[in-house]
Every structure is written in structure tokens, then in C-alpha cells.
Write a protein that binds this ligand. Structure first.
Ligand code: PLP
Length: 382
């Protein structure tokens, strides 16, 4: 298939980022690579085998639909864990394939047991407990009820884990809430233990928690964003620096996205450029057209706002992002010609366009683009 742009995945960057995470963890702590959202836009089919090659053998997805894709990409030895939604019709497939999954509701627990019975095969579950995020997870009351159900159905279950999720470990503003959640989590684990339930893996930390609250890493951390080369927040980056000798960013962005120039032209001063009146040439300008638009995941919120790299320089997006094209200003980069490489995400010379999940306005827009990169653009492994 020919496409108007191409995405590259850099294996050495992934390898580097995994070892950065490793350096923050005890040797016994398992890294589960979070590959939801098509591996944060990087492409599950490419990412999974590469991470396996780098030494990762535990993967987390959100849903059974994502698990079906990941199952095809992974090797037999790797573990796959569903952290969220399982379609009722998929329980059988999930249990047959020994895919691990969260149980966040009594109803889900009952479905798991019923299916396991009918297949005569144990369901491998992680008990998701509510600790204060108030999103998913068993409340104390539901947990007590579940304990009775678990103990009556032990022959149909492998209780692999007990888990929860922090409500924003990337920001120090949530410090008190995070501390409280962790203490609730420890009490819930104790309650399970007192009732003769000893899950092998206790896990609650994502990337931010593993770095900002290392004591929460426990048996397994579910890390996504950092593996792809981004910090969950600026605070997390700064916190991680305190533990390092070199004060530079140790992460490497694992993805680049390139296209090329299809048209260049000169526009006289005073003319409007593109649809409507959102951009008017304030001087005689030179522009270029790139065949990538919002249909390709290049967010419309980058209208009059984003940048691309061409000929080693930053070139601003002017006017609105169209469905299949953007127009950029090259007035000060006069050597640009048709066919030149354009970097939408990645590096050229000393310049870099990157995405991150930083909460700041522009940065979070960038993150949105990453998650929306279409699945049908080919990912090349570098
Ligand atoms: C997305 C997610 C993670 C990973 O978060 P990162 O900040 O990308 O490390 C961990 N746990 C759960 C439940 C998630 O949904």
C-alpha cells in the first residue's frame, strides 16, 4: 500500500527506555508494557515482537478487542493482561487462551467462574480493588462479598493478582490522595490474606507512580508512556533527575512520522491562504503543501498552531488543517523544494517535534495526535 506518510519505530530507543524504567525498579519487579490504544499509536503488531526481543514478556491492554490483536502479535511465552472491558462473548476466548484479566465487578467475577466451569479451565484473574479513584474496582463491601465467592470457587480460578490504579500520580498536587490510596490498597491486600487469598502479584503503579513513589512498585509496574519515550509529566521528569548524575533527558522518542513536500508556491502580501480567512499573508510568503491532514490523525487543533520540520528548520502550520493536507510557511526556508522530506514527529538536525502527555495546552494536543495515528499507515522498524 502506498500512503502519503510513513511512521518509523526505533528499536534502540525502546531498548533505552526500557532500561531507564528498569533502573528505577527492584530486580524482582516485573515490567508490564502497556500497549492499549494501539501501543499509544505506535502499532501493536510492530511494538510487541520488538519489546519481546528487548526482554519484555508481560503486556497490558485495555479490552478483549485489543487482546485479540495483541494475542496474534505476541509469542507463546508472553503474558497478556486485560485491565478493562471484556465483551460478554469474549470470556470463553479469553479463558481458553489463558489471558489474564481484571475483575472489577461481582458480575464479571460470576461470568468468569461460569465460563471457567463450562470449559473446565481455570480463569486467571486480577482482583481490581477500589482505593479512591472512584472509577473501577471492587468497593470494600463488594470485596467482602467477592471473598466468599472466590473461596467457594477456588478450583475454577487462579487468583494471579490484586491491583488498583492511582488517580494522578504524575502530579504532586495529588500527593495526599495517592498516599491514602496506597494505604487503602495495603489494607485490602491484608483483608484478602486474612481470608486465605494470597495473590502472587500486587500491582498499582503506572510510570508516574513507579518514579514518584518508588515504594508503590511492588511486584509489577504497568508502564506505557515512558517506554515510548515520554514522561507522564514535567514533574515526573524533574523528580527522576534527582536520582541521576547526568541532568539530561535519558528517554528517546521511539516514533517518527514523515511525509514530503508536494507543492511550493509564492503568495502575495495581503492574500488569504487556505479555507476562509483564518490566515492572511502579512508579507509576500512562500508556502508548501504536505499531503497529511486530519483524516491521517493530524489534529485540527494544530490549525495555525502546529509545526513541522523541513530542511532542518521548524515550519509553522498556517490556516486550518484540511482533511488530507496542511499548508506550512517556508518564507524563511527558501531552499525547500518538491519531494523534500517533512517531519511531522521526530528530529531533523537540532530540532525536534515531539509529543508528550504534559498537561500543558499544546503538549496535550500533541499527545492526542499520537494516540490517533491511523492504524493503516505502515510502521517501519528501524
Ligand atoms: C494506561 C494505564 C497505565 C499506564 O500508564 P502510563 O502513564 O502510560 O505508564 C497503567 N495502568 C492502567 C490501569 C492504565 O489504564
Amino acid at each position: 500500500m502506498t500512503s502519503t506518510s510513513s511512521i518509523g519505530i526505533i528499536k534502540n530507543a525502546l531498548r533505552n527506555n526500557v532500561s531507564v524504567m528498569r533502573s528505577h525498579l527492584a530486580d524482582s519487579t516485573i515490567i508490564s508494557a502497556v500497549i492499549k490504544g494501539n501501543a499509544y499509536g505506535h502499532g501493536v503488531r510492530v511494538i510487541v515482537p520488538v519489546l519481546e526481543d528487548i526482554g519484555i514478556s508481560h503486556f497490558s491492554v485495555y479490552s478483549s478487542a485489543e487482546a485479540i490483536v495483541a494475542q496474534k502479535a505476541k509469542n507463546k511465552k508472553s503474558t497478556l493482561m486485560i485491565m478493562g472491558f471484556i465483551n460478554s462473548n469474549d470470556y470463553e476466548w479469553v479463558i481458553k487462551n489463558e489471558i489474564e484479566f481484571y475483575v472489577s465487578e461481582i458480575d464479571e467475577l460470576n461470568k468468569a467462574i461460569k465460563t471457567a466451569k463450562s470449559l473446565s479451565k481455570k480463569a486467571i484473574i486480577h482482583i481490581d480493588v477500589e482505593t479512591g479513584m472512584n472509577r473501577t474496582g471492587l468497593s470494600l463491601k463488594e470485596l467482602k462479598k467477592s471473598i466468599r465467592i472466590l473461596n467457594m470457587n477456588k478450583e475454577f480460578l487462579t487468583i494471579r493478582g490484586v491491583c488498583s490504579h492511582f488517580a494522578g500520580a504524575e502530579s504532586i498536587a495529588n500527593y495526599t490522595r495517592i498516599k491514602k490510596q496506597f494505604s487503602v490498597f495495603k489494607r485490602r491486600v491484608k483483608l484478602l490474606n486474612q481470608n486465605d487469598i494470597y495473590p502472587e502479584l500486587k500491582h498499582i503503579a503506572s510510570t508516574a507512580a513507579a518514579i514518584n513513589y518508588p515504594e508503590t512498585s511492588l511486584d509489577l509496574v504497568r508502564t506505557g508512556i515512558l517506554i515510548y519515550g515520554y514522561w507522564p509529566s514535567r514533574e515526573t521528569f524533574i523528580f527522576s533527575l534527582q536520582k541521576r548524575k547526568e541532568k539530561t533527558d535519558p528517554l528517546q522518542r521511539a516514533l517518527f512520522w514523515n511525509s514530503h513536500v508536494i507543492i511550493t508556491k509564492t503568495v502575495p502580501e495581503g492574500e488569504f491562504i487556505g479555507y476562509g480567512m483564518s490566515y492572511q499573508a502579512s508579507r509576500q510568503m512562500k508556502i508548501m503543501v504536505i499531503p497529511v491532514g486530519y483524516a491521517d490523525g493530524y489534529s485540527r487543533s494544530l490549525s495555525n498552531n502546529g509545526h513541522v520540520l523541513v530542511d532542518g528548520h521548524r515550519s509553522p502550520v498556517i490556516g486550518s488543517v484540511n482533511m488530507n493536507m496542511i499548508i506550512c510557511d517556508i518564507t524563511d526556508i527558501p531552499d525547500v523544494k518538491i519531494g523534500d522530506k517533512v517531519t511531522l514527529v521526530g528530529e531533523q538536525g537540532d530540532n525536534e517535534i515531539s509529543f508528550s502527555s504534559f498537561a500543558e495546552m499544546n503538549q496535550s494536543l500533541n499527545y492526542e495526535i499520537l494516540a490517533r495515528l491511523p492504524e493503516n499507515i505502515e510502521r517501519k522498524l528501524i
